[in-house]
Design a protein around this ligand. Structure first.
Ligand code: FAD
Length: 396
């Protein structure tokens, strides 16, 4: 049992955080974060990049050597092997995330489905891969999920289409269950989320009887999601299965608020950041209260949230590396959290997005936009990179 004190956790230890990064890697990361911190550049750059890719300008190599290199593992699973090993050297595990987004054809859903099954196969033979993951809109049409969420009547073709989505979800969860691999179901926009939640609940009921295999995602920037977590747990308890809960704040705040405003319904988002923070912490506490029956993943780049969870494990005498508890971050972000937590013996996993450059652009634009926010993650990333560069200079 590993009960290292959280007092020894130092998220400012840049030596541990950037151990796998060469001086050149650090310089590149510095310029990249400097670039994405410019709101103007991202606003102008996003449509220009899309346009250039669409008309076939040869900019893929530029993207691949800059933003893609920072946030993605490679174009294929094989291509990710070096990045997986690099994380592994710091005791950080990988979540292979096939990040193709915005596709809309049955052929592309089938292709994504097959690719996710390949990630399950890779996880079975590689202990450095701790979870699989899928985004429901990678397996089925967004508009169909929205129609079901809105309780609209489906045509016969649409009913068949929905059966195919559920089939793909079930086959992935079943493969994970048979291979003893945990699988995360990502959360998306609120107007398709009830349908996703229904599928996730069905999968958990089927595959989480012995232990948490399937994890649904709870976005605590929604004011109703702490209640959903509690209701799902009550149902799981009644039906005697384990709940899998990935706890995040949520990635679609602006779009949620805009849509609610446009359509004239109350926004599902908390009134302010403090509201999201409070419910995030309460959700973590709730999962810890029932940790014998809940698999918890804290997906966050927030230092206070990471400290809260580490502190609570110590206060409650829970082992740091209990298999039911994972911290998780995204590749290329918050390495100071990931590697310092792993170095202190906590379970840590990082999403490693991969896929063809053009297809992962929506994911990369989201990361870039997230990093432009004033006082947001970028200034923190930049100050840590500078700190490490100065530390290395002094050592020479
Ligand atoms: C491993 C991992 C998995 C993830 N999976 C998903 C997923 O499946 N679905 C998903 O939607 N997101 C997902 N995310 C993204 C996540 O939801 C957050 O957008 C991101 O991590 C930033 O939040 P934070 O907790 O790291 O930190 P912070 O920087 O402290 O919080 C920023 C977040 O706080 C919230 N916020 C900011 N301002 C306000 C405001 N004025 N009012 C209310 N809330 C506010 C927003 O959610 C914002 O993203 C994932 C993140 C990680 C690390």
């Amino acid at each position: 049992m590993n009960l290292a004190s959280p007092a020894s956790l130092d998220f400012n230890n840049t030596e541990i955080a950037f151990k796998s990064k060469s001086d050149k890697d650090l310089t590149q990361a510095y310029w990249l974060f400097k670039m994405v911190s410019s709101n103007m550049l991202i606003k102008i750059g996003t449509p220009i990049t899309n346009f250039s890719l669409n008309i076939g300008l040869p900019i893929q190599n530029i993207i691949k050597n800059t933003i893609y290199k920072q946030f993605c593992g490679g174009v294929s699973i094989e291509d990710c092997s070096e990045s997986i090993a690099d994380l592994g050297k710091g005791n950080v595990t990988t979540i292979l995330d096939y990040s193709v987004e915005g596709e809309d054809s049955e052929a592309s859903f089938d292709q994504t489905f097959q690719e996710i099954l390949k990630t399950v196969e890779s996880a079975k033979s590689n202990p450095l891969i701790s979870f699989c993951v899928f985004k429901p809109t990678g397996l089925g049409r967004f508009d169909l999920l929205a129609k079901i969420d809105a309780k609209e009547i489906l045509t016969t073709e649409e009913q068949e289409e929905f059966i195919r989505i559920k089939y793909r979800c079930n086959e992935i969860c079943k493969a994970c269950y048979e291979g003893n691999i945990r699988v995360l179901i990502d959360a998306e926009h609120s107007w398709i989320q009830d349908t996703i939640d229904d599928i996730a609940r069905e999968m958990m009921e089927k595959y989480n009887v012995e232990k948490p295999i399937v994890y649904n995602t709870y976005q605590l920037y929604r004011h109703d999601k702490l209640a959903s977590l509690k209701a799902d747990f009550a149902y799981a308890k009644l039906q005697q299965f384990h709940l899998g809960a990935k706890i995040v704040r949520g990635a679609y705040m602006e779009i949620e608020r805009e849509r609610a405003n446009e359509k004239g319904y109350p926004s599902p988002i908390q009134k302010n950041k403090a509201g999201s923070d409070t419910d995030y912490d309460l959700a973590i506490q709730f999962c810890l209260d029932h940790i014998d029956k809940i698999g918890l993943m804290a997906g966050t780049h927030n230092e206070d949230s990471a400290k809260l969870l580490a502190g609570e494990l110590s206060r409650r005498n829970i082992s740091n590396n209990l298999p039911n508890i994972f911290f998780a971050q995204l590749l290329g972000m918050s390495d100071n959290l990931s590697f310092n937590l792993a170095s202190a013996g906590y379970n840590v996993a990082k999403y490693m997005p991969y896929g063809p450059v053009k297809a992962v652009m929506p994911y990369l634009f989201r990361r870039a936009q997230e990093n432009t926010s004033v006082g947001g993650q970028t200034s923190r990333e930049l100050s840590l990179i500078i700190k490490e560069q100065q530390r290395r200079k002094k050592q020479k």
